[in-house]
Ligand binder design. Sequence first.
Ligand SMILES: Cc1cc2nc3c(=O)[nH]c(=O)nc-3n(C[C@H](O)[C@H](O)[C@H](O)COP(=O)(O)OP(=O)(O)OC[C@H]3O[C@@H](n4cnc5c(N)ncnc54)[C@H](O)[C@@H]3O)c2cc1C
Length: 402
Amino acid sequence: MLITEDAKQQDSDPSLRYSPEQVAWLKKAKAFADTIPIEDVIKSDVENSFRRDLFEKACQEGLGALPFPKTYGGTGGDYVSFCLVNEEFARRCVPIMSSLGVHVLCQEPVSRFGTEEQKQKYLVPSATGKYLAAFGLTEPNAGSDTAALETTAKFNGDHYLLNGTKTFITSGASADYYIVMAKVVGEPHKPFPPAGEKGTVDTITAFIVERGYAGFEIGQKFDMLGMRGYSTCELVFNDCKVPVENTLGDPGQGRKVALSSLAKGRVTIAAQATGWAQGALDGLIKVLKDEKSKGLFDDSLNGLASVVGELVTQVDSARVLTYQAAATIDLGEPDNTLASMAKATATDAAMKVSTEAISIIASLGLQPELLIERIFRDAKAGQIYEGTNQIQRMLIARALLR
Ligand SMILES: Cc1cc2nc3c(=O)[nH]c(=O)nc-3n(C[C@H](O)[C@H](O)[C@H](O)COP(=O)(O)OP(=O)(O)OC[C@H]3O[C@@H](n4cnc5c(N)ncnc54)[C@H](O)[C@@H]3O)c2cc1C
């Protein structure tokens, strides 16, 4: 069985909401997902194995650099289209969904802050799938609090020496290059920007680190409850020699580089979580319809109908916020507060819908073929990464109280 068959009947007409170009990308994502048997989806989850072949195939379909201009190999689509692809991939638990999201997240800062040489060297092969990118911000002692970073970078002639450990890095064990944030100790190769309001100089700097650089190693690989099959691991830097031309942006701009990608990344996560919520709902509705046809379930039961009605409403609320946030990106005025709202709302909706679906259909909901139990596990992780939902709510409040 292919993973699409049961989901098809839940689709409303997308042309009522999206432009012909956006619908074309959605169709492409559906066609791509249609080629992946459910057995493969389950295998990647059970074995915790990454499907590099599928990633490369998706890039060849133009999905690896969808929202970037054609100048450096991008496809020239808009962010709404990229979100539609992510929603569809998450809905079917396509085994490359998260790696593709992070891959695009990493191209964003190269596209915005990179030199011409960096763009040619990293963006072009990223678009074709020759390179897979990963994003290294989190450390064992620095998650939500990025100021606590302990990875250091010391300028040494024509290169920097990086020391430290990054943790929970999606695609870490499979990537070809990494966007890595580290604190420069000593003098940088170019002066830091002047001290900020609090009188401190920000030394966090971004680097592009290639997998083959001396002093770089893959550390512990994680065997997690959710988000399995994405090569999530530690990155270890032991006097890792990074050429000075691989500094991304200027010294001291690292936080700006990281936050610029995360702001868009949160909209991508929101789209993925909307897909998870829809996927869990698809599974629930399928079982309820089956049971109704066998006379096992009566949809005039008001209690159950009202729960299902609430779940459907939560899925569409997540979708509305997500695509509004994506539209602000396409208008050239990304609304970071809306992005935070979308990320928190959609991941909470995915958690809620998958939890309720399992409660309603009980043991059936734990069967992997319905994808609900996988979505339940992935949604929990979605509430945590790229800024926990508690942090998103704090950012939303801060924007109002500023
Ligand atoms: C599946 C997965 C994939 C990931 N992929 C990547 C990746 O590719 N690259 C990367 O760099 N990182 C990645 N991460 C790391 C992720 O971004 C961090 O886990 C996340 O930022 C939270 O950090 P933490 O786990 O250290 O939790 P902490 O920051 O230690 O938070 C613990 C708890 O305290 C709360 N908290 C913390 N500070 C505050 C505050 N000021 N106010 C209120 N509450 C607060 C949090 O909300 C949370 O509930 C990934 C994580 C997961 C689970």
